[in-house]
Design a binder for this molecule. Structure first.
Ligand code: S3P
Length: 425
């Protein structure tokens, strides 16, 4: 491929979104003072901060990326005085539902128009089975959620879809139950909740795909540094990977094996990606990730790989547009119920840019290398990861890509556009 931008240098990404949500929420449940460094200060994670404040936890933002949290303990939270607004954040509402299900008071949680279209039955059903009174719109399937919790019993729940949010909600509800809760995952999803709860003294065990959490009297506070977000790093990894001559280091990225599937797929496409300085931070594996651009070839992404790269599929579609051959992604029907229908959103935007691609009910295919010829603006559909993927494509291809609605990027990566603009050789 000719044209486009050769990238050289280093970049840092903000703290991991999943881990930041959990740190804010779990610290609010601990007994004593927690410290969270490297916190992602973004719209989504601040929704979890607001949720814990509404329940009476004292959460101070002492620097944009640092929290001091005075937890209220597991059983001294107070009834929120008003409706809690989770904004665009699926993690806040779903994991939050697990906490609220254990509380002997009424909570109502809503969200923005995108969140109010996302499926909640998957978390409502098992929490109701545990004994919580929990209701949602549209026959208990959509937000707002109305929860009156307390008096929970342990269950064994076989999840029909792999979801770290649902798993986390049930493991948290287990802390308040009268006996353990076991969650069986069809495929293993990110395990940040298990790691963090264990570090706080909770009894969480795993047997194959089954995770069990026991009731708890208290949680110890945390003192953690959140790793950089691999989902944010993925945009820059793709940007450097698709252009021979590029070479980029992303420092301090979380490389949890249940999150780093994007690296495996890019390597399979021919990218040269290495981890250096491997270490642990906040109970999570971290590394500096070095990528060198190469001519890429198409790859297939199998259903079993999807949970490990679910949020990176839009970025991988961008890599696929530069790779020679047909990339196929299957078993990814969950993408239809993310912040947007990410299959429809990416196929439509890539088509607008002249990329030959198409949809399956459970995935997409992308033919590369594309000859880009934009025929109009692309629609992010209010989805941060779609917006960032398209801006990366524009930079990598050296073409102007106009994206409607880039404000949504602030849900996970404030400053993304400035970081992208600052990268060149
Ligand atoms: C997340 C889990 C995933 C992911 C989301 C964050 C989490 O969602 O897509 O962005 O923090 O647990 P599901 O639980 O729906 O798979």
């Amino acid at each position: 491929m000719s044209g486009g931008t050769v990238i050289r240098g280093e970049v840092a990404v903000p703290g991991d979104k999943s881990i930041s949500h959990r740190a804010a929420m779990f610290a609010g449940l601990a007994t004593g003072e927690s410290r969270v460094r490297g916190f992602l200060h973004a719209e989504d994670t601040l929704r979890s901060v607001a949720l814990m404040r509404a329940l009476g936890a004292r959460v101070e933002v002492i620097r944009p990326d640092e929290l001091r949290v005075e937890g209220r303990g597991l059983r001294a939270l107070s009834e929120p005085p008003d409706v809690i607004d989770a904004g665009n954040s699926g993690t806040t509402i779903r994991i939050g539902a697990g906490i609220l299900a254990g509380q002997p008071f009424l909570s109502v949680v809503t969200g923005d128009p995108y969140l109010r279209r996302r499926p909640m039955g998957r978390v409502i059903r098992p929490l109701a089975e545990m004994g919580a009174e929990i209701r949602g719109r549209a026959g208990d399937t959509l937000p707002p959620l109305c929860i009156r919790g307390g008096s929970l019993k342990g269950i064994r729940h076989e999840m029909p879809v792999a979801s770290a949010q649902v798993k986390s909600a049930l493991l948290l509800a287990a802390l308040f139950a009268d006996s353990p809760v076991t969650v069986v995952e069809p495929l293993r999803s990110r395990d940040h909740t298990e790691r963090m709860l264990s570090s706080m003294g909770a009894k969480v065990g795993r047997d194959g795909n089954a995770v069990t959490a026991a009731p708890a009297a208290r949680l110890d506070p945390v003192d953690i540094t959140v790793p950089g977000d691999i989902s944010s790093a993925a945009f820059f990894l793709v940007l450097a990977a698709v252009r021979r001559g590029s070479s980029l280091t992303v420092r301090g990225v979380g490389v949890n094996p249940f999150r780093a599937g994007v690296v495996e797929v890019l390597r399979r496409m021919g990218a040269d990606i290495r981890y250096e300085g491997e270490r642990f931070s906040g109970g999570e594996p971290v590394a500096d990730v070095l990528v060198r651009g190469e001519e890429l070839a198409a790859a297939s992404v199998a259903p079993g790989e999807i949970p490990g790269l679910i949020d990176e599929v839009p970025a991988l579609c961008v890599a696929a547009a530069f790779a020679s051959g047909r990339t196929e992604i299957r078993g990814a029907e969950e993408l239809r119920v993310k912040e947007s229908d990410r299959i429809g959103a990416m196929v439509s935007a890539l088509s607008t840019l002249g990329v030959v691609c198409g949809e399956y009910p459970d995935g997409m295919w992308v033919e590369g290398p594309a000859r880009f010829h934009p025929t109009g603006p692309c629609d992010s559909r209010g989805d941060h990861r779609i917006a960032m993927s398209l801006l990366v494509l524009g930079k990598a291809a050296g073409i102007p890509v106009k994206v409607n609605d880039t404000a949504c990027i602030d849900t996970s990566f404030p400053g993304f556009q400035a970081t992208l603009a600052g990268l060149s050789d």
